[in-house]
Each structure stands twice: as structure tokens, then as C-alpha cells.
Design a protein around this ligand. Structure first.
Ligand code: SER
Ligand code: ZN
Length: 502
């Protein structure tokens, strides 16, 4: 990787002879000493930032710098300007703005042009000796914000992601339950529809659940609550169900969640007069004037609840938590999550709008990992002894790493996600019906949460999908309560069909 910048430093006056002599010496000193500060001894000097040309034109100093990865040109130029400012101060000449004339990065061999992001800062892409060179449109303040470093880092990530073969998940079996007798082999969605326990909602991937189906959801919720959540000391909270861009930026979802979220907009004004024609249009035509609405709304300001735990974090944002309240253990089941799923008609196991209990905990690294293990033990007991499911657990590449496009970037063993999958006998596939994640310090870092002891704060979360538990259970156990395990059967009351469609 090679960096090259051409820039002009504006001076408060034209440089006199002596100023030019000072400049010449400063350039030499920068190349021999200043730019080498902090660079390890054994680094090849061509890798280190260097002023390769300079020129004075009236009250401007024109500079060309080149570097490899050490003291990159954008760092070098600010270091140089600072040094020069104090030297020229003696002559009462001040240094003003820095104008970037050109900034080029020659990418490593093997990096192809399609890996270069399409961003406004990339002015051009060219090929030079079989390598890709990018021409950046950046200002001095972009350089101060280290934009070139971030662009280069992003290209490196994209290159790595490609080397992973586009796989977003690395899957490794951790546990496989005993197999269970096949009691039922139907598709439970078909049966749920036939019994009118569910009907399609008006939106895509959305169901309306009748009392019979809800009773199953609530039964599973009760089992989770009685067997896992309460014994482990979790308390209920209510998390917001609209995630602002600030929350999604801090949670890291802003790095890649765009194709999957439902966007939220707000009216430009609450004034009824502003909306009157749109209301009148509907009254006259019976149609909603969607194109006009589009012109009258602001945003999107964020997304409808997607991962469920991010919107908790502003509660502890910027705080230091006392050691005696750790690990914090909370859960939320106050509303729906929304994902724009891939097209096609799916059963209740793949929906755009779903119901989930989200369990969240935070504390020291040890506390966080211990809680994940306790949850795993609890879940295993529930699936084996109470629900009598055929299921398995697998370690997968952390979901957030996949979403953030940082696959494989984590070196820590304990950070990661365990997916729980149940067999669906009707098509012999495995359905991921919940997960447990140890998220390391990702959220505490994003939302600046500290703990009293000064140790790194860690967190974990676990999502229990009620639609998916139901799909897993009914797929394996069918619809005859006489065949259901005791733990479920005893919690279900008979519900008469309260709708009779003629
Ligand atoms: N928040 C996690 C997820 O979205 C667990 O529910 O997968
Ligand atoms: Zn979560």
C-alpha cells in the first residue's frame, strides 16, 4: 500500500530567503527524524512517510509526500506543519489552511477495482502496473478525521470478506440431542391456517394470531419465565421499539443492516392543514396518495425494532455501574421485531414481524460468560426434559460480525453466538429457533458503559423467538395435546373456537 499527497500550505506572507532556508532544513529534519518517531527500528525507510518534493510559490508552500503504512502522508503532513509553524513563528510568519491538491492510494496487489467502495470521497480509480490506484477527493479536515485510513481499512475488510468466500456464517456443531420418535410430519403452518388459529396479516410476512395460537406463545413464555428467567434472576424491562440512527450507529448495525430493516419516517409537520389535501384525496378517491405523502415526510429517523437489545443501551449510556449490582440481568418482551425478509411465502418460522423475548445481561467478562453458560444449561434442560425436542446447538460466526462486515476479525474465544436449531420433520431441515450471544465489550464500548472495578465491561444477549419455538414444537409434536409433553399439556387449557366463519 502506497500513499501520495500533494498539498499546499497557505502562509500569512511570502517566505523571505531565510524562511526558505528554514523550510529546507525542516524538510530534511522531518524526513530523517520527525517522521520516524514511533516507527519500529526494523521498518524499511521506504515504508515511512517522506517529503519527496517541495516548492515555494509566493505565500504558498507546495509539498509532495509519499509513504507506505508508517507515518502515512496525512499524519506526516500535519506533524510537519506543526513543526514548521513554530520555526516560522520566529519570522512572524503564520501558517494558515492546508489545501489538498491530490491524494492517491496505490492498493496492494490482488485488490481489484470492484472492492473499492463507491463513495463520494473516491474521485477516480485507475490501474498502475497491475495495481489499483484510487484518487481521493478529501479536504484537510477529512485528513484530520483519518478518512484515508478508514477507506483503506474498509477495502481490506472487503478483501478479507471475499477470501472467506462470501460465507457469512461459520458453523460448528456443539451439541446434538437424542433423536425423537416421529409423531407428526405435517407442516404446522398449513394446519394452523386450516384450523384458523392464524391468518395472514395485511403486511408482508405478518400473521394475525387467534387465541389458540396465542395460548401456545404464552405457554412457552411461561416456561421460559418459570424455568429460566426467574431462577437466574432476570427482571423485566420495556425497551423502545423504534431504533434511532444513533442507537444503530453505536450498536454497529449501521454498518450493514440496510437491506433488512423497516424504515421509520415522521411527518414534516403536525399541522392538519398541511395534510388536508392528502386526507381529502382519500375521501374522494378511496386511495391513499402515497407519492404526495413521500414529499411531506422527514426521515427516515431510524428503524423499527430489529435486534431488540440495542434500544436498551441508552439506559446505561455514559454510566459507571456499581460492582454490587452486577451482573445486570434484564429481559424485554414488550413488542415486535421487524425484518424485511427475503421474498416468497413462508410459514410462521420466517416472518417479517415476530415476537421474541430478548434476554440481556452485562458485567465483567467472567460474569458474562458464566451467565451464557447458565442459560445454555437452562435451555438444554427445557428442550430435553420439558419440551422433549430433537434439537442441536451450533457455534456460529457472531451475527453482529456478519452484519458489521467484520467476519473473522475477533480474536477472543468466548465472544460468539450459539444458535439453537430444531428439526422440522416435515422437510427434514433444521430451524434456528433461538440464540445466545456473548458480545464481548462491543455494546459497552459503543454506548460508553463502564464498571466500578475498572475491568472491561462485557455483555450478552439471547433471543427467544416465539413463532419459531411454536413452529419447532408443533412440527415435532403435532396438534394432539394428548401427545404433548406434560410440561406443555398441563399449561394449556381448552380454548373453544371463538370465531365461526359462515
Ligand atoms: N439481539 C440478538 C439478535 O438480534 C438476539 O436476539 O439476534
Ligand atoms: Zn441482542
Amino acid at each position: 500500500m502506497r500513499f501520495q499527497i500533494e498539498a499546499a500550505i497557505q502562509c500569512s506572507a511570502a517566505l523571505p530567503e531565510e524562511g526558505i532556508r528554514i523550510l529546507e532544513k525542516a524538510v530534511q529534519d522531518a524526513n530523517e527524524r520527525l517522521f520516524r518517531k514511533g516507527v519500529p527500528e526494523n521498518v524499511d525507510p521506504v515504508e515511512i512517510g517522506r517529503i519527496t518534493a517541495w516548492k515555494v510559490r509566493d505565500d504558498q508552500i507546495l509539498l509532495t509526500l509519499e509513504s507506505g503504512p508508517y507515518t502515512r502522508v496525512h499524519d506526516a503532513i500535519f506533524r510537519f506543519r506543526k513543526q514548521l509553524a513554530s520555526l516560522l513563528g520566529r519570522l512572524r510568519i503564520g501558517l494558515r489552511g492546508l489545501e489538498v491538491i491530490s491524494y492517491r492510494v496505490l492498493l496492494d496487489e490482488g485488490v481489484t477495482a470492484d472492492l473499492v467502495p463507491r463513495l463520494p470521497f473516491i474521485r477516480g480509480i485507475a490501474e498502475r502496473n497491475g495495481r489499483v490506484e484510487i484518487d481521493l477527493a478529501v479536504t484537510a479536515s477529512d485528513l484530520e478525521n483519518r478518512l484515508p485510513d478508514r477507506i483503506v481499512r474498509l477495502i481490506e475488510e472487503k478483501t478479507q470478506a471475499r477470501q472467506y468466500g462470501g460465507k457469512t456464517e461459520h458453523w460448528q456443531l456443539l451439541y446434538q440431542s437424542e433423536s425423537r420418535p416421529r409423531i407428526y410430519t405435517g407442516n404446522p403452518t398449513d394446519e394452523l391456517i386450516a384450523r384458523k388459529w392464524i391468518k395472514h396479516g395485511s403486511s408482508r410476512g405478518q400473521w394475525i394470531y387467534a387465541p389458540q395460537a396465542v395460548q401456545l406463545f404464552r405457554t412457552f413464555e411461561r416456561i421460559v419465565e418459570e424455568e429460566i428467567i426467574r431462577p437466574l434472576g432476570f427482571r423485566e424491562m420495556i425497551f423502545p421499539k423504534l431504533d434511532t440512527w444513533d442507537v444503530l450507529s453505536r450498536s454497529g448495525h449501521a454498518k450493514g443492516v440496510y437491506p433488512e430493516i423497516y424504515y421509520v419516517c415522521t411527518p414534516k409537520t403536525r399541522d392538519p392543514a398541511y395534510w388536508e389535501d392528502i386526507a381529502d384525496y382519500f375521501k374522494v378517491t378511496g386511495e391513499v396518495w402515497v407519492e404526495k405523502i413521500r414529499e411531506r415526510i422527514d426521515g427516515p429517523i431510524g428503524a423499527m425494532c430489529y435486534a431488540q437489545c440495542p434500544s436498551f443501551w441508552p439506559f446505561v449510556q455514559g454510566e459507571t455501574l456499581a460492582s454490587d449490582c452486577l451482573p445486570i440481568r434484564v429481559f424485554d418482551r414488550s413488542g415486535t421485531s421487524h425484518r424485511y425478509e427475503s421474498g416468497g411465502i413462508h410459514g410462521i418460522e420466517r416472518v417479517d414481524e415476530f415476537h421474541r423475548i430478548e434476554i440481556l445481561w452485562l458485567g465483567t467478562c467472567d460474569q458474562t460468560v458464566e451467565m451464557a453458560e447458565a442459560l445454555h444449561a437452562g435451555y438444554s434442560r427445557v428442550f430435553n426434559d420439558l419440551l422433549e425436542l430433537e434439537w442441536r446447538a451450533a457455534r456460529v460466526t457472531p451475527w453482529f460480525m456478519a452484519q458489521e462486515g467484520m467476519v473473522g476479525a475477533c480474536g477472543c474465544e468466548s465472544v460468539g453466538t450459539t444458535d439453537y436449531e430444531a428439526l422440522l420433520p416435515y422437510n427434514e431441515s433444521w430451524l434456528e429457533f433461538q440464540n445466545v450471544s456473548v458480545n464481548g465489550d462491543k455494546y459497552p464500548r459503543g454506548f460508553t458503559v463502564k464498571i466500578q472495578s475498572g475491568e472491561e465491561c462485557w455483555s450478552g444477549c439471547s433471543g427467544i423467538g416465539l413463532e419459531r419455538w411454536t413452529a419447532a414444537f408443533l412440527s415435532q409434536k403435532g396438534f394432539d395435546p394428548a401427545q404433548w409433553p406434560e410440561a406443555v399439556a398441563k399449561r394449556i387449557e381448552e380454548i373453544p373456537d371463538i370465531f365461526r366463519f359462515l
